[in-house]
Ligand binder design. Structure first.
Ligand SMILES: [Zn+2]
Ligand SMILES: [Zn+2]
Length: 241
């Protein structure tokens, strides 16, 4: 785990056959009100927790887990992490909270073929990803957590309840799988995905001033060129219909 800036820590995903999402820990260290953003792939819980401990962060300082969305590569080890911090609340966008509570795993797996393969490979039972959601995010909230302010942006398209977290003061964006470095964007062919919505979400993000881009996969960018997201949206627009 490395510190990106004060109050923002980065744990790199350990990809296997299936990618493992990055985890970010946000909040001022002495606030005792830290948030974990996303969990990762099955089997990666121990690695993520150990990375947090290695930074000298006490687990009792973690108050919640916020999911950018509930795809398998982000939620796979949520149960493992929660075993270590059972008091932590789970915050998810409203649209993906319902299926999560009902055990409807179509969004988690994205497509049936992938579901069958994963369930076999990881010995997963139906309903393995059923969770109670403590707080349903809508988008538009301003979260005062861990001594920082994070705006919640509902940015659907990659998944129906994708959110971004934006820190206006430090110009930091955590966009989940909506936009990555190197002009890449999240896939838009899975269950609940929608190309046109993804385009609108990219255009929404393009209005923000972003210096630090912290996506769910691949490299992070600390000095994002001005207009980067607008340019990405422009390049992809013909495909996002
Ligand atoms: Zn995803
Ligand atoms: Zn992902």
């Amino acid at each position: 785990m490395t510190q990106v800036t004060q109050g923002v820590y980065f744990i790199q995903g350990q990809d296997e056959m299936i990618p493992d999402s990055h985890v970010y820990v946000v909040g001022k260290p002495d606030s005792q009100d830290l948030s974990i953003i996303d969990a990762g792939l099955m089997g990666k819980g121990r690695y993520k927790i150990q990375s947090i401990l290695n930074m000298g962060i006490e687990l009792k300082a973690i108050a919640r887990i916020i999911m950018t969305h509930t795809h398998l590569d982000h939620i796979g080890c949520l149960a493992e992490i929660r075993e270590q911090i059972p008091w932590a609340e789970l915050w998810v966008h409203d649209t993906e909270a319902d299926p999560l509570e009902k055990g409807d795993e179509r969004t988690v797996y994205g497509m049936e073929m992938f579901q069958n393969m994963c369930m076999m490979q990881y010995s997963l039972k139906p309903g393995a990803f059923t969770f109670y959601v403590d707080r349903r995010l809508q988008g538009g909230e301003s979260l005062d957590i861990g001594g920082m302010t994070w705006e919640v942006l509902h940015i659907p398209g990659h998944s129906p309840g994708s959110i971004g977290l934006y820190n206006r003061m430090e110009k930091i964006l955590i966009p989940g799988d909506v936009v990555y470095a190197d002009y890449a964007i999240g896939r838009f062919d899975l269950h609940g995905a929608n190309g046109l919505e993804l385009k609108n979400s990219l255009l929404q993000l393009a209005k923000l001033e972003v210096n630090i881009l912290l996506p769910g996969h691949n490299r992070i960018v600390k000095e994002l060129p001005a207009g980067y997201i607008a340019e990405t949206a422009k390049q992809w627009a013909p495909y996002l219909t």
